[in-house]
Design a protein around this ligand. Structure first.
Ligand SMILES: O=c1ccn([C@@H]2O[C@H](COP(=O)(O)O)[C@@H](O)[C@H]2O)c(=O)[nH]1
Length: 477
């Protein structure tokens, strides 16, 4: 089960947005656990915390730094702690100290050996630091977007209060991974900061930190940080509560207080927008994850777009962006490959420019030679129409991104045919429908698409990525 589902199951089952930091901090350890062997004392305390809170939390968050500070016995303590956490409760490892050159190996260790479900990461090293963690589809990352540390203010608020860096971090990191795999860590006592982040990232899980430093603002924090459906916000159990001998009782009443405030906020905000679109979502599309990831990285846009033919469409697909996201690129190649492996051909031809990376990826993945018809023939050099080596008489499968009128794919196929090659099949990622496949058939080509534009739009609507207006604009076009 992936992190997101595991988290949602615990939120529902324990009726709780609370998470607990499992930190063996000797300075916070209650006196009753004092022992000649400090590690033994800390271990007893951690076991107590888990036993008292497991029915009241949605996740645990051990902080790696506290364990590391205890040396090798500390890392052994971390292993014992991770094992002591009931399997159904997700573990978010608070690490934030890997670097670009260690991220691949660190991701493998924490996700496959330690088996944690999610990790916190610093955003400053950029997407290529985060990507090695996102190749584990069942795991997640939380990007540190904002901290409440006063010393960070001059950086986070830079350059202006209207357009602060921390909001740029949120905007940028949203393009790195799906809401199911990438959440935000937000440390603040200020509900306004939370509200600004929620406005920029309505679909993300926010793991709140440091909210208890200022008293009596729970209602404001929840009102600012909850999403339209009244969830999407994880609340930390206050650190000093973890020293209480009546921990279970205290956490149960905190949970009740949060749930009451949350229900009031849901009622106050009750409007059509809190409900999911009125579309049956029983039939989840098999490519739903891929569709959502493509949408989230900006490959599928809704608005008013003029096409090459002069017609205006309510959407535009830019599959060229997949090359900047290796994880999505891989999934796209797998989807094309499933179609190609049922066809017979000698070479793969990509249609420039958009489909050249995809055709290259498929040639490497399926071990077929590749060629491509040039878009424009140069007046110098070899003046070739077709790049790459081939033999006349061979069969070529054409790979393109999207079929609108079919013009680009057919023009490419004609260039290949005029060089003596045979083209029977054209494989694309998206079929705009409206009879384009019949048009290709009438010109002698079989065509295959991973997805139709209707399947994409239905899925985006069912999952709440696009609103009713956008959906209807598409339906009526
Ligand atoms: O949403 C879109 C629409 C078009 N493209 C580009 O156009 C061709 C497909 O158009 P045809 O009319 O079938 O020739 C496609 O190869 C893209 O390059 C697009 O990217 N996104």
């Amino acid at each position: 089960m992936n992190f997101f589902d595991k988290l949602q199951n615990n939120i529902t089952h324990n009726q709780s947005l609370l998470f607990v930091g499992l930190d063996p901090n000797p300075e916070m350890m209650p006196k009753r656990y004092a022992d000649e062997d400090m590690i033994a004392g800390l271990w007893n305390w951690l076991q107590f915390i888990i036993a008292e809170t497991a029915d009241f939390v949605c996740a645990y968050k051990p902080t790696l730094g506290f364990y590391e500070a205890l040396g090798i016995p500390g890392l052994e303590l971390l292993h014992k702690t991770l094992k002591a956490i009931p399997q159904h409760i997700p573990i978010i490892l608070d690490a934030k100290h890997s670097d670009l050159n260690t991220s691949t190996i660190f991701a493998r260790t924490v996700f496959t050996e330690w088996q944690v479900d999610a990790i916190t990461l610093s955003p400053y090293i950029g997407q290529d630091h985060v990507a090695p963690f996102l190749v584990y589809p069942d795991k997640a990352v939380f990007i540190l977007s904002c901290t409440s540390n006063p010393g960070a203010e001059s950086l986070q608020q830079y350059p202006t209060n209207e357009s602060p860096l921390y909001l740029q971090v949120v905007k940028e990191s949203r393009t790195w991974g799906t809401p199911e795999q990438l959440g935000l860590e937000v440390g603040t006592t200020n509900p306004e900061v939370l509200a600004l982040i929620r406005a920029v990232a309505p679909e993300r899980i926010i793991m709140a930190r440091s909210i208890w430093a200022q008293e009596n603002n729970l209602h404001e924090i929840l009102a600012s940080g909850l999403n339209d459906h009244g969830d999407g916000l994880l609340i930390p159990v206050p650190q000093d509560m973890l020293s209480s001998p009546q921990l279970a009782q205290e956490i149960a009443s905190l949970r009740a207080e949060i749930n009451l405030a949350k229900n009031n906020i849901i009622q106050e905000n009750s409007s059509c927008s809190v409900w999911l679109p009125d579309v049956c979502s029983f039939n989840q599309h098999p490519q739903q994850d891929l569709i959502l990831q493509l949408y989230d990285i900006g490959c599928i846009m809704f608005g008013s777009f003029v096409q090459a033919s002069g017609a205006t469409f309510p959407y535009y697909v830019d599959l060229r962006k997949i090359i900047s996201n290796p994880q999505v690129f891989n999934l796209v190649l797998t989807a094309y490959a499933e179609i190609l492996q049922n066809l017979t051909f000698d070479r793969i031809a990509g249609i420039p420019y958009g489909s050249l990376p995809t055709a290259t990826g498929l040639a490497l993945r399926l071990n077929y030679p590749m060629i491509f018809p040039r878009k424009e023939v140069k007046a110098h050099g070899t003046r070739k129409v077709i790049e790459g080596n081939f033999h006349a008489g061979e069969t070529v499968v054409v790979v393109d991104d999207i079929l609108i009128s079919g013009k680009s794919a057919m023009e490419g196929a004609e260039k290949l045919q005029s060089a003596g090659l045979k083209v029977n099949d054209i494989v694309v990622f998206i079929d705009h429908e409206a009879g384009v496949k019949d048009r290709l058939k009438a010109n002698g080509y079989n065509s295959y698409a991973v997805l139709t534009i209707s399947e994409i739009t239905e899925t985006l609507y069912q999952t709440g990525r696009i609103n009713e207006e956008q959906f209807l604009a598409f339906k009526e076009s």
